[in-house]
Structures are given as structure tokens and as C-alpha cells.
Ligand binder design. Sequence first.
Ligand SMILES: Cc1ncc(C[n+]2csc(CCOP(=O)(O)OP(=O)(O)O)c2C)c(N)n1
Ligand SMILES: [Mg+2]
Length: 542
Amino acid sequence: MKIGEYLIKQLRETGLKHVFGIQGDYVLNFYSQLYKSRLKLINTCDEQGAGFAADAYARVAGFGAVCVTYGVGGLKLANSTAQAFAELSPVLVISGSPGMAEREHEALLHHKVRSFETQLNVFKEMTCAQTVLSDAKTASFEINRVIATIKETKRPGYIELPRDMVDVEIDEPKIKVTEKAVTVDTAALNEALHEVLDMLNLAERPIVIGGAEIHRFNLQKIFLKFLKRSGLPFVTGVLSKSLVSENHPQYVGVYAGGMSPEHVRKAVENSDCVIALGPFVTDLATGIFTHHIDIKKSIVMMPNSILVKHHNYPNISMKYFLESLNKSLKTPKKINFKPKKYKLAPFFPKEGKKITVDRLIACVNTFLDDLTIVIAEPGDPLFGSLDLQVHGMTEFISPAYYASTGFAVPASIGVQFAAPDRRPIVLVGDGSFQMTAMELSVCARYGLSPIVIIFNNGGYGTFRSMIDGTFNDIQPWRYADIVNIIGKGEGYTVSTEKELSNALLSAKKNNSSPSIIDVRLGKNDCSERLRKLTDKLKKRIK
Ligand SMILES: Cc1ncc(C[n+]2csc(CCOP(=O)(O)OP(=O)(O)O)c2C)c(N)n1
Ligand SMILES: [Mg+2]
């Protein structure tokens, strides 16, 4: 088997069906192998778009891959790969590169930067494992090592394939990459379990925070069992919204520190036992660290350790601990503490009434169903929409920590390929949209049907209340006309509640091409939550 073919075989073993990217002469030969394989190649307009698509694909399907040419292509993936690293998204970056035989005397080959290792060195900073397949004897082992490390850590990995190695024949690896055996310190586990159960028994207002690591490490089923066994109310966080269905009877809302709805905030902060499972305690997710959780009243489970009050139990996996806890919890705890679920007010569009951010979110809420997946760009599309009630698991995706704008439109490509029966609802600011809008052309080409709702406030509204200037303005595009340029799709421009509601109804019927809804908002309109966040951020700037 050839090295390229072996790589494809191992990619298929992960369950992968699609690879995103743009070719170049350093990767063309491997592209022709990919083309002949059962993996489907999806060409995007720009490499960063392919990277974001692969990231979103991985968040839905569990593994993603992007394949590009050397330097000019690979380095454009730095931002999307950095995001995948920061937010635990298992994406494999495959880059073609100059052949080993061409590298003599540091030849000045096109796309080279400082040395042939420059790109590899860049990716060392943002991947969990890297390899250059320069040796036929180790190539198969190396491929397996990188893929296994991605699966274990849920961070991106990097494989560079020199173009003269693609067709080199190799054997299956003699040494298999073995999964790390789970060793459990039973005494420590039992001690931790006792401490947690004692705390739970004494608690009168216990609450669970379901964090993003539950999703990233595929623990949603175990988490659901824990909810059933314990009977405890739970919240999610900005990074873990839609961890499980928000129709779950024990669900309370999204906790985001000082940005939370008041009763959600009180449910968490007045609790006498907060059980936080895999939380990402980031600045944006906590309204700039405005969360108030007393460590003496908390249990924090990380992927590989448990913290009970001030006691740290290292080397106990969250999975193993939750499973053990589920076994110990025989009957749900009887508690009088039942915080109400936070619900958005119903939306009845008013004829002629100018649309606002809050009403836009309320309107979108009524359009969500079991088939929609919301992709929210950082800014009001994310913070304003935390109270949307999504129906199922993993139906709300956002780069809420690394917060790269330009993610949402290309992410919709990855989402719809990962889940072809689903409908991406893209919530995106006008400034962010302009960064990667051309990827809508990919949706048109492959018959994808995202509904793209543009929060058009005439520029970078997030910054206007911090420091304003013409640098926050952008060129006003006729967004609805983009469908004429890309050759497919439906475009709408709306200013009132009724127009928005009608546009959404109509867009929902179009399931073969993208729909763009340009929502004309006031220049300074924003949600209360974003206002609270920017007020806090402002203090850090000046
Ligand atoms: C790739 C990238 N560049 C720059 C930023 C900084 N940034 C954060 S919000 C923002 C403006 C986004 O504008 P828009 O999408 O219109 O949202 P609005 O602020 O108007 O709600 C920018 C440029 C970023 N987060 N990511
Ligand atoms: Mg804007």
C-alpha cells in the first residue's frame, strides 16, 4: 500500500467521510488519491474556511480533517487550528510539502519561508502531535500515532506529506499504537466518591454545571444518566450550550457569571453544592470573571482530576468517576430546590414595528425545531442568543472562547456535511460576515442550505461603546444581492418584525441553496448581556 493510501485508510477508520481544503502542486498527487477514494473532497474558497469547516465538522461528527498545500495554504490554517486547539476540537491538518529529494542545499522552492521546517514549527505550537512522513519505515506508525493522540486529547494534529513520499510503498505498522491503559487508584477514587456523596447528602440547594469537556470527551450519555440518577437541576455554560436538550425537565438555563438571567445566577451562586463537570472558566464565558462560586461549596471534575472543595484527587478520569458516581446513586435525591427554567417570551411579530436585537432572537427562537443547528458568531449572535431554546444535543455551536470572527459561515459547511439532514441557522454580525462571506459560494456549489441571518448594525458594534471611531465602520454591502453573484440562493432585506418573520418562513422552505437575511438593526442596538460584557471589557482597555 502507498503512504497516501494508508493515510486515507486510517482516516476512514475514524469514521470520517469528508475532507475540506484547497490543493496546490505540493499536495496535488495526494489530492488525486483522495479523489479516487471514498472520502469526499470539499473545496472551499479559502484555506481558513476549510479549517473552520473541519472544526465545525469535528464538533458534530467527532473528527475532522483539512488538507492543503505547503506554506501559502498551511499557514492560512494557523488561526483555525489555534481555535481548534484552544477549544478542544479534534481536527487533523494534512499538508503537502516539497519532496525530500528536492530539499538539498536549502533550495529556494516556492512557498518556503525560513526553512523547510518553518511550517512544522508553527504547528508545533497549536497541535497535540506532529509528524513529517519522510521515512517509509516509520510512516504508518507515525500516521497512527498522530491520529490516536488527536482522539485521546481532542486537540488538532499535524501530518506533513512530502510530495515524493505519497506513492512510496509501505507495510502495515509492525508496532501498533496502543491505547493508554486506564489505571485507577481505587483508594483515592473511593475517598473522592465518599467526599462527594457526603457533600451531596448534606446539600439543600445542589446544582450541576454541565461544561464543554463533557461534549468534547463524548460523555453526554453518561452525563444524562447522572442527571437521571441524581435528579439534580443543571445549567450549562456559554461554551456548553446545547450539551443536552434544553427541553430536559431539569434544565435551568445558561450560567454566565454576572451576564446570567437573575434566577439562573442565583440558582448557581446561592447553591450550597455546585458540581461543575468539565467547565471552561474563561473571561467571555463568565462576563469577565464575574462568577461567584465558593470553592468550599464546589466539586469540580476535569478530564483527569477531581477537585472537592480544596482537596485535589489527581489521575482520576471524569468518565470513570461519573460512572462510579452513577453506580453509587441509587435513587434521585429528594430536594425542595427546583429552580424554574429560563424561557424567552413568546414572539408575535408586529406589523411595521422596527426590529431590535432582542426581538430578532425571540423571533429566531420560534423557528428552531428538531432539525436546526444554530451556529453563533462571537458578539451578539452568541451572547444575545444564549437564551434561545435549542431542541436537541449539540445544536448550538460557537467559538465562544478563542472567539475568532469569520467562523460561522464556513462552519455551516462543516455542520451540514456532518449532519446532512440538519439545517444550519447562522447568526452572524455584518463585520464578521464580510470576513468569510465568499464561503457561501461553497454552499451554493454543493447544494447546502444554511439560513444566514446577518445582524446588520453598520460595523463593529461590539467596540462602539468601548472606543468609537471610523475604524468601527464597514462598507455597507447589499447582502441580499450576494445570491445573484454566487449564482444560487435567496436573499432578503428586512427592517421590521413582520418582514423578518416572513423571510424566515420563506427561507425555511428553500432547502437546496443558501438563504441570506439582511436584518437592518440600529447602529447602537445590542443585547443587555453584550452591554454588560463590553462595560466590563472597557475597564480593562482604559
Ligand atoms: C479574526 C478576528 N479578527 C478580529 C477580531 C476582533 N473582533 C471582535 S468582535 C469584532 C467585530 C465584529 O463585528 P460584527 O460581526 O459586525 O459584530 P458586532 O460587533 O457589530 O456585533 C472584531 C473585529 C476577532 N475576534 N477575530
Ligand atoms: Mg456589526
